[in-house]
Design a binder for this molecule. Structure first.
Ligand code: CO8
Length: 259
């Protein structure tokens, strides 16, 4: 596996874990961190043993944003000619395998945006989300005005992007940004149990479900229903669909073989 400087990549059973590891800087996301995360996603996506990927930080910070010290001296032309997208800053969004952000502590700016690139955000009760870019004289650049608005609606997204304030885990869950909250000391255990459960599903079916949900954010309801219908029908071409239904009827656990 690839050697990394700023992240730790490991697997537990069928779950791949990408842990941002710059604790002294609250896991600030430099260009190198984004690039390493992109490479880790490439590796884990290629690895047939992996069925679900967890992106996480540490107890104090998931990530307190893009690295302000690295960005500060940059000019327009520097950011324009090589921005975070060019080095795979949004690689998590194109991952076909299900992804979970396990968020404890700060998920600010690019950190909140990285969490929103994942399919599911699960938070500890200490999590704090925000888009404080406006306090630095800039605006979000990796989805903070777009994915956040789709997740929490216009009024709260405006509130967060215009004031730069943080919202706690309970507010984030109420708003629909976060799917579940656990006590901080139980977060990884609970997230890994959820990831294990997802990884045990039929991989192609999980990929289809993920693709269909993502279409809901990109297209009209009628078109989304067409996509869902096509993918639903496509599951009937899979042995796993026949196995899943047979297992239900036989009152046993399904043995999915990912085909
Ligand atoms: N970048 C660089 N260093 C950071 C960052 C960061 N985002 N966040 C914290 N640090 C560093 C601090 O400078 C400090 O370093 P040092 O010890 O050398 O002074 C260390 O981490 C610890 O931080 P604090 O002492 O500040 O810790 P506190 O517990 O007092 O405060 C906070 C925690 C509130 C999280 C505070 O650190 C903070 O406000 N951080 C900045 C949050 C922020 O503004 N994030 C947004 C950054 S901009 C962004 O993400 C834009 C993304 C756009 C992508 C565009 C792509 C095209």
């Amino acid at each position: 596996m690839t050697a990394f400087e700023h992240i730790i990549v490991e697997s537990k059973g069928a779950v791949g874990i990408v842990k941002i590891n710059r604790p002294k800087m609250l896991n600030a996301l430099s260009f190198d961190v984004f690039s390493e995360i992109a490479t880790a996603i490439d590796d884990l996506e290629e690895d047939d043993a992996i069925g679900c990927i967890v992106v996480t930080g540490d107890e104090k910070a998931f990530a307190a944003g893009a690295d302000i010290k690295e960005m500060q001296p940059k000019k327009f032309i520097d950011m324009f000619s090589q921005d975070f997208m060019d080095i795979g800053g949004d690689r998590v969004t194109t991952c076909k395998k299900p992804t979970i952000a396990a968020v404890s502590g700060y998920a600010l700016g690019g950190g909140c945006e990285l969490a929103m690139m994942c399919d599911i955000i699960i938070a500890s009760d200490t999590a704090k989300f925000g888009q404080p870019e406006i306090t630095l004289g800039t605006i979000p650049g990796l989805g903070g005005t777009q994915r956040l608005t789709r997740a929490v609606g216009k009024s709260k997204a405006m509130d967060l992007c215009l004031t730069g304030r943080m919202m706690d885990a309970a507010e984030a869950e109420r708003s629909g940004l976060v799917s579940r909250i656990f006590p901080a000391d139980k977060l990884m255990e609970e997230v890994l149990a959820i990831a294990d459960k997802i990884a045990a599903m039929s991989r192609p079916v999980a990929a289809m479900a993920k693709s269909a949900v993502n279409r809901a954010l990109e297209t009209s309801l009628a078109e989304g229903m067409n996509v869902e219908g096509d993918l639903f029908h496509a599951t009937f071409a899979l042995e796993d669909r026949a196995e899943g239904m047979a297992a239900f009827i036989d009152k046993r656990k399904p043995n999915f073989r990912n085909r």
